[in-house]
Design a protein. Structure first.
Length: 709
């Protein structure tokens, strides 16, 4: 079987040597982050996007090969595998080409054509298909046979046309031409199912919709499919029937006689009854896959931006999970996120205890030397934020935190294991506080689909979605790096080469033996062998360890190079890290070897200048507009601060602090034309927006970023 390296290199416009190197490393167990960061010499410095594309395309081609083998075996067992057919199947480059070749040999249930053949009508079908001068009615009389249920010439002709219709449907050239017509000119049309107006109100835009399938954006395709699934609309995908029949008649009609007339009837039947439904199904699959890919891409990019949101860092934090009836759960955390205390306050109706609640917050803030207060943005969030800000706590930052998914975490096995003696309200509040300190470390504990930055996530291919989101989490975790002595098992599990089992073993070893003092000590962790160490070590940080480079992204395999650099200058490694003047004296070419080239040497020098630096942005405090806490507080024309919570292809959702995100449509995002909202905003970005319209009944807010200063 072909390795497909040439195919992948050509399709992705990459060097064959680099593609081969990537696939070899992947086959040997290397991860995408490791290859991208530490094997630049052999890959030509390919980034994670290119390496992932190589990996995924290899998988697709493997699936194609597996299907090819199944088809060859099936046709071979039928005794119909000719050398010519085998050659065509082996050369087929797409799943569509393979399936077209297989179609005539695919095991079928008993069809109209099958019955006609059983009645001996195939020779008549061949006479008609030849479109010679012979009268088809005269020829049909020879096939009349009451025993075979062919009572007259019309019945014989009908059976022959059934056979021809199947030939038309299974003809590769015909399917290719009509498929091209579907791809270019098919229209997606919807019609409301009678009596579903009220039930399907949210799909009102699609009650009677029509547009070219090839131009329909992904979010509309997914919305229409969901409406169809919920039996609100009927959906049809097809080009103009006349255009399709014209294409087929150009292939199959050879004469102008009575046989050609019969052929024309058979062609029309073959298209309407067999080919059109088949190609519509195919187009549904293709358009769904395309829509899925786009939706997953947007979801993945939103997730990446959320995971890489600026961390507050190791600060002493009080976190409040707001509520009215049940009160507000309060927790106090130390700078490493450890739970120190929990309590409940009632600053709001119906059990308002304002003075007691205020005294409680002040007491806890002083007792635990609180530096920041995180308030969840759910029910009673703005009211609680206003209450806390009104306490006038000096030198204490108050921050609203998006709590999407916190309830999912609080009821999860991970949370129960972490806090076995506390209920879900305490766990949820802890999660809110830790999100402020380090969003990445806390969000990896939650199923990415529950975080709320995607659209139609339950409608897209779940396997593809999981792979893409896992890739994003792995990329984000390894891009930032992980402090091995404080990281949770959930965070460690995403480190290159580790996984859940080794992550738990690391935490277990740490609990039994105290903090790791060097990266080398990781080799003592049960089941963590040389391969896992090679993949993981560069992404794990040990601050204040025995070796100064253990806190950096320099891989242990490169420590001898740094030692050589320091020796060349007659200084120590810490001196080399601390002094830019020394680093400038280095000539990197002097350190090139057969395995280490300039890309790695440049990375090392860059890392020596800022060892272990967090690549995320610096944290900036944010506050919503005072006095704007409910939907009813909004007025048209208001200019408000907001935070981008989600990005779709049609716009961005922005939280302005009223418990309901507003939509900035793509047409309202800038003073110039924007095709993709991601050109202008990112998730968690702070923006200024103007209120365009407020629909209180439907709880919808329309916002604009145009001409807002």
């Amino acid at each position: 079987m072909s390795t497909h390296n040439d195919t992948i290199a050509a399709e992705l416009n990459l060097g064959l040597r680099n593609v081969t190197a990537v696939l070899t490393l992947l086959d040997d167990g290397a991860t995408v982050p490791f290859i991208a960061r530490y094997r630049k010499e052999v890959t030509g410095s390919l980034d994670e996007v290119a390496i992932t594309a190589i990996r995924d395309r290899k998988k697709q081609l493997k699936e194609l090969d597996d299907r090819r083998d199944t088809i060859l075996k099936t046709i071979g067992e039928q005794g119909k595998l000719t050398d010519q057919l085998r050659s065509k199947i082996e050369q087929a480059g797409t799943m569509t080409q393979l399936e077209d070749l297989y179609l005539p040999y695919r095991p079928k249930r008993r069809t109209r054509a099958t019955i006609a053949r059983e009645r001996g009508l195939e020779p008549l079908a061949k006479i008609i298909a030849s479109q010679g001068g012979r009268d088809p009615y005269e020829a049909a009389r020879h096939y009349v046979n009451n025993k075979n249920e062919v009572p007259d010439a019309d019945a014989a002709l009908a059976g022959a046309r059934d056979i021809i219709a199947e030939w038309v449907n299974e003809d590769q050239r015909a399917r290719k031409r009509v498929r091209r017509l579907f791809e270019r000119r098919a229209t997606v049309k919807t019609k409301l199912v009678k009596g579903k107006e009220e039930e399907g109100a949210k799909f009102r835009d699609y009650f009677d919709w029509e547009e070219n399938l090839s131009k329909a954006p992904s979010h509309r395709i997914l919305a229409m499919r969901r409406a169809e699934k919920e039996k609100i609309i009927r959906l049809n995908i097809s080009p103009e029937e006349e255009d399709a029949l014209h294409e087929l008649e150009r292939i199959f009609l050879k004469s102008r006689n009575e046989a050609a007339d019969q052929m024309q009837l058979a062609v029309k039947d073959g298209y309407k009854r067999l080919m059109a439904p088949s190609l519509e199904t195919e187009m549904r699959v293709v358009s769904k896959k395309k829509a899925d890919e786009e939706a997953i891409r947007v979801f993945a990019e939103n997730l990446r931006q959320l995971l890489l949101a600026a961390p507050l860092g190791p600060k002493r934090v009080m976190a409040i999970d707001p509520g009215f009836r049940t009160g507000c759960k309060v927790v106090c955390l130390d700078a490493q996120g450890k739970l120190l205390h929990h309590d409940v306050i009632y600053p709001h109706p119906p059990q308002r205890q304002s003075a007691r609640s205020a005294a409680g917050i002040r007491h806890l803030a002083e007792k635990y030397d609180i530096e920041a207060i995180a308030v969840g943005n759910g029910t009673a969030g703005r009211e609680t934020e206003t209450f806390v800000r009104g306490l006038g706590l000096s030198d204490v930052m108050v921050v609203m935190v998006n709590e999407s998914g916190a309830s999912i975490y609080s009821a999860s096995p991970v949370a129960r294991e972490e806090f076995p003696n506390h209920d879900v309200t305490v766990r949820g509040a802890v999660s809110i506080g830790r999100r402020l300190m380090d969003p990445l470390s806390e969000l990896v504990k939650i199923d990415a689909k529950s975080i709320g930055v995607g659209q139609y996530q339950h409608d897209v291919d779940q396997t593809a979605l999981k792979q893409s989101l896992d890739d994003v989490v792995v990329s984000a975790v390894n891009g930032v790096g992980v402090e091995v002595n404080t990281a949770s098992a959930q965070l460690l599990a995403y480190v290159s080469g580790l996984g859940p089992t080794l992550a738990k073993n690391i935490v277990g070893y740490r609990n039994d033996n105290g903090p790791f003092r060097s990266r080398k000590e990781l080799m003592k962790v049960p089941r963590l062998g040389a391969k896992a160490f090679e993949q993981a070590a560069g992404f794990l940080r040990i601050r204040d360890g025995k070796h100064p480079l253990d806190a950096s992204a320099v891989h242990p395999e490169s420590y001898p190079i740094v030692d050589k650099m320091a020796a060349t200058l007659g200084c120590s490694v810490p001196d080399l890290m601390a002094r830019e003047d020394l680093r400038k004296q280095l000539r990197l070419k002097d350190f090139v070897t057969d395995t280490v080239g300039l890309p790695t040497l440049k990375d090392i020098l860059k890392e020596l200048a800022k060892p272990g630096r967090d690549p995320r942005e610096q944290f900036e405090a944010f506050s919503f507009q005072e006095g704007v806490e409910e939907l009813e507080d909004l007025r048209e024309g208001m200019v408000l601060p907001g935070i981008v919570t989600n990005i779709t292809k049609f716009g961005a959702f922005v939280d302005v602090g009223v418990h309901q995100d507003g939509l900035v449509h793509v047409s309202q995002m800038a003073d110039r034309y924007i095709s993709d909202p991601a050109e202008v905003v990112r998730v968690h970005q702070k923006v200024q927006v103007r209120v365009v319209e407020v629909d209180l009944r439907r709880k919808r807010i329309s916002l604009s970023m145009k001409n807002v200063r």
